[in-house]
Design a protein around this ligand. Structure first.
Ligand SMILES: [Zn+2]
Length: 511
């Protein structure tokens, strides 16, 4: 070998040696789903390279989408930190959900045990619980990383590498891409903690069907102990909705991949239980019932609402959502947008896309109007949103009054633009302005939307969303040729609409 070649070889070999030995910049986690004892999972990780004297390790108290303290730290035990020689490094539990670790720079490994969150789907009286928790059984696991994985407050916004030991026949269904490391180990990466928690995974022998909606790959993954070939039926059922949603959103969907993770537990007990939690690129649905007969209908409803969340909050959200604080989150004022506008799209899309009749559409509006009356409508929507944790009693109104406010905003925008612009266009413009990685300031959103649209829109927000004026349904529905009888709650088309009303209705619902 001549000396020139030798030098060249040293040059290309040397850097790789350095990379292999230098500590990583990411969290490197190991989770063992095979060796479970006493209903506990063994978890360990190596923290990212750092020079910290001390660190505060956090397991979430709260997670996005559930407006109450879940205290996932309560399931953690046997927490210990060691250096590279296996020598213990002092750590101490600060409270239910956090630990202080000394000499963090010297820590090579932290390990702990996690107790299973649930064993069988139970009715919870105060909102979704199981869909955000940990569930591990012999034949299936629903993994929500907020139960298993934590972060150091000093080392936030850092990537994660997760190695999972699992049954060799199991397949990982998730919005993230799991790679096979060997027969019994998968590996997955997330860009930060927020993304990891936002991407649950269903592990089981696969019953999966893939749909292609435009350029988006949609995974439908189903688990039931007995029925092992059901995902195809679900996929066939929701395909039509998803295709119409795609058309409604202008033909192009803003995500490459989306996953429906569906778990069905057969039970001999009376009644059905359902629990679900939406994520940016996936939805977890848990059901327990005697028969699967209700599933297609239930999943159609879920698909039509949850899938629209790829617009907001995924691509249109405030800083409170982008930098969610898992110990003490602050709430955004704009649930009228995240939930109200999303629910409005699920009502507006089917009539605009000619999937339902005008009579069905009127019925839908009547249901929402009736639903809204169950709540206190003298509270500003921005206030309830900001205090969503304390005002659980009013929270469901975002799905009732919320879409009706968006409906009025839609009609107002179409009126002011001569039929050219509605909420569909508004959402596209907001998505272009912000997008997944750029948040809006909570206090500026109404002014920003006003700037993008018409000055009159500011008073709409002031009166009906920040203020407490009743939703102007009668006035706005009459602009598009409908009559709303405030006494009976009936919505019907006017017998003799004028040409202005006909034109605006056409622009609004294509009828
Ligand atoms: Zn929602």
């Amino acid at each position: 070998m001549n000396s020139l070649v030798k030098v060249f070889l040293i040059l290309i070999l040397f850097p790789s040696v350095i990379t292999a030995q230098s500590p990583k910049k990411n969290y490197e986690y190991n989770i063992d789903l095979i060796h479970i004892s006493n209903n506990e999972v063994r978890v360990s990780f190596t923290p990212p390279k750092n020079s910290l004297k001390q660190g505060k390790f956090v397991i979430p108290k709260m997670i996005p989408g559930i407006y109450q303290a879940m205290n996932f730290g309560q399931y953690i035990s046997d927490f210990s930190a060691t250096d590279k020689n296996g020598k213990k490094i002092a750590s101490e539990r600060l409270d239910k959900n956090s630990w202080k670790v000394n000499d963090l720079k010297k820590v090579d490994k932290i390990s702990y045990k996690v107790t299973n969150g649930w064993n069988s789907l139970q009715q919870s009286t105060d909102g979704p619980k199981s869909a955000g928790s940990l569930f591990i059984k012999d034949s299936v696991s629903v993994i929500n990383y907020n139960s298993l994985v934590g972060y150091f407050e000093e080392l936030k916004d850092t990537p994660y590498e997760i190695n999972i030991k699992k049954n060799k026949d199991f397949y990982a269904s998730s919005a993230l891409d799991y790679k096979r490391k060997n027969d019994s180990t998968d590996i997955v990466w997330a860009k930060d903690y927020r993304q990891l928690v936002d991407s649950p995974v269903l592990y089981c022998v696969p019953d999966t069907t893939w749909l292609k909606i435009g350029t988006t790959e949609v995974l439908v993954s189903f688990y039931n102990k007995k029925e092992r070939h059901y995902s195809k039926k679900i996929a066939d059922d929701i395909e039509n909705i998803l295709k119409n949603q795609q058309a409604y959103l202008g033909g192009k969907l803003p995500v490459n991949k989306y996953a429906f993770l569906i778990y069905f537990e057969s039970s001999n007990e009376k009644g059905s239980i359902g629990d679900g939690l939406e994520h940016s690129r996936s939805t977890v649905c848990l059901y327990r019932s005697k028969s699967m007969a209700f599933l297609p209908d239930a999943l159609n409803r879920v698909a039509s609402h949850e899938f629209f969340h790829i617009i907001t909050p995924l691509h249109i959200h405030s800083g409170d959502i982008q930098h969610y604080n898992f110990l003490n989150p602050t709430m955004s004022k704009h649930l009228w947008l995240y939930e109200g506008m999303t629910e409005y799209a699920t009502i507006h899309m089917p009539i605009k896309q000619k999937m339902i009749s005008l009579v069905d559409f009127e019925k839908k509006l009547e249901e929402k109007i009736k639903g809204m009356k169950e709540f206190d409508n003298h509270l500003p929507f921005t206030e309830i949103s900001k205090n969503a944790i304390e005002r659980q009693d009013q929270y469901m109104n975002f799905y009732q009054k919320g879409p009706l406010l968006s409906l009025c905003l839609d009609i107002r925008l179409r009126e002011l633009s001569g039929g050219k612009m509605g909420t569909q266009d508004l959402m596209q413009r907001l998505m272009q302005k912000y997008g997944e990685d750029k948040y809006f300031n909570d206090d500026d959103l109404f002014d920003e939307i006003t700037k993008m649209t018409f000055p009159q829109i500011r008073s709409f927000f002031r009166d009906y969303i920040e203020g407490t004026k009743p939703v102007p349904l009668k006035e706005y529905l009459s602009k598009v040729g409908f009559d709303y009888d405030e006494m009976t709650g009936k919505v019907s088309t006017l017998a003799n609409p004028d040409s202005k009303q006909i034109a605006l209705r056409k622009a609004w619902i294509n009828q």
